[in-house]
Design a protein around this ligand. Structure first.
Ligand SMILES: Cc1cc2nc3c(=O)[nH]c(=O)nc-3n(C[C@H](O)[C@H](O)[C@H](O)COP(=O)(O)OP(=O)(O)OC[C@H]3O[C@@H](n4cnc5c(N)ncnc54)[C@H](O)[C@@H]3O)c2cc1C
Length: 363
């Protein structure tokens, strides 16, 4: 029997646990345990995320990261159906696509050339002119936008709870209030680090050549608002004047998530969400947000690799029994399914056909 310990139960840890549990633990003689510091799953970055699954309309055209994102997106429809069938839980999952709105001329011309590239990759995008947007979406102040019907959004916390329930049914053991202080305390054959920002402390003794933390926190603030009669079904991603972007995620019953800011300056949690900034950004695209009633505000920290590209995948250099799957920065929910597939393959076979090597730590 091979014992595997997964450290951390955000979306990445839960997805890997579920992926391993599906490949019949008894067939591979695996004994999988997840240790989570908090009293329940999804209490870190995952619990603050908006769950936008932006792959086909992402502005990056090609390369390993795009390949992984598109592979991850392609897994989502089936994953959600499987989880709902197994657990009978509600998982809010928006299949109406993402409409991207651009302010800068570069954004618009990039979006138009993306249509051809994605077509070759098997994903259909459609440019909508002002009249089409006005007819379909009412009140949006734009002269055009890119509709990506295959992009999605999922409720991150509902997803993680369903993953934990399904993995538990399949034989994975979860332990709450179980912080790992030192990886050397674990007697497991294999360890998978999915502890988000908590990975800094755990990995420091194994990465002695690095003088700084491998992950930096990047803050993000978001809102739950109620906007009467907007009747928006499609997820909106819009480019702000300063080239940052804002997501509007429809939740039903006139409710929407709005976010998120990107803050590199460290501040203490809990933080007040920057309500007026987010509302101003939304109103600039759609005056209906003048009527928005703010129901909730929150903030979280994204785990961003410091000095190299997100995410971090693969083995700890010189310690091949320890795997890392963390540092997904703004796309952890998006990339969880493909991360789980790669991690499963590395654990079971020592290799993966997916392009993970560009994201591995080097000694
Ligand atoms: C405001 C905001 C909006 C976002 N929106 C999106 C979005 O729309 N789409 C998207 O894809 N991503 C989004 N993200 C990013 C996303 O939240 C992260 O990339 C993702 O949640 C990272 O998941 P994780 O499992 O690696 O980390 P986490 O969710 O942080 O989970 C790590 C877990 O490990 C536990 N842990 C830490 N240390 C230890 C230890 N020593 N022992 C045991 N347990 C430990 C923690 O308690 C935590 O539960 C957003 C982030 C923010 C802040």
């Amino acid at each position: 029997m091979t014992t595997v310990t997964i450290v951390g139960c955000g979306v990445i840890g839960a997805m890997i646990a579920y992926e391993l549990s599906k490949c019949e633990l008894s067939k591979y003689e695996l004994n999988v345990t997840v240790l989570e510091a908090k009293s329940q799953p999804a209490m870190g970055a995952t619990g603050t995320a908006l769950g936008v699954l932006m792959a086909a309309c992402s502005s990056k055209a090609k390369g390993p990261l795009v390949k992984l994102r598109l592979a991850s997106l392609s897994k989502y429809d089936r994953l959600i159906s499987e989880l709902i069938a197994q657990t009978n839980r509600d998982i809010l999952y928006n299949r109406n696509g993402i409409l991207s709105l651009y302010r800068s001329p570069e954004g618009k011309s990039k979006a138009r050339s993306l249509i051809e590239i994605r077509q070759e990759q098997g994903f259909v995008l459609q440019w909508l002119d002002q009249a089409q947007i006005t007819a379909q979406f009412l009140l949006w102040q734009t002269d055009g936008g890119l509709l990506s019907p295959c992009d999605r959004a999922v409720h991150p916390t509902q997803l993680v709870h369903a993953l934990v329930e399904a993995a538990t049914q399949n034989g994975v053991k979860f332990m709450w209030n179980a912080p790992v202080k030192n990886l050397e305390d674990l007697t497991s054959d294999r360890i998978v680090i999915t502890s988000g920002l908590g990975a800094n402390a755990l990995l420091a003794p194994f990465l002695k050549n690095r003088s700084q933390d491998i992950l930096q926190p990047v803050g993000g603030q978001a809102l739950l608002v109620q906007v009467p009669n907007l009747n928006l079904q499609t997820i909106i991603n819009a480019e702000n004047e300063d080239h940052s972007d804002i997501n509007i995620v429809p939740l039903g019953n006139d409710r929407y998530w709005l976010g998120a800011t990107i803050e590199f300056e460290p501040t203490e949690l809990p933080r007040e969400a920057n309500v007026s900034l987010l509302l101003e950004q939304a109103i600039a695209w759609c005056p209906s947000f003048n009527q928005a009633k703010v129901l909730e505000t929150w903030a979280g920290d994204r785990p961003r690799p410091d000095g190299f590209q997100a995410p971090i995948l693969g083995f700890v250099p010189e310690h091949p029994h320890i795997l890392i799957a963390t540092g997904h920065y703004r796309n952890g929910v998006m990339m969880a399914p493909v991360t789980a597939e790669i991690t499963r393959d590395l654990l079971l076979h020592g290799k993966s056909d997916l392009p993970w090597k560009s994201f591995a730590l080097t000694a």
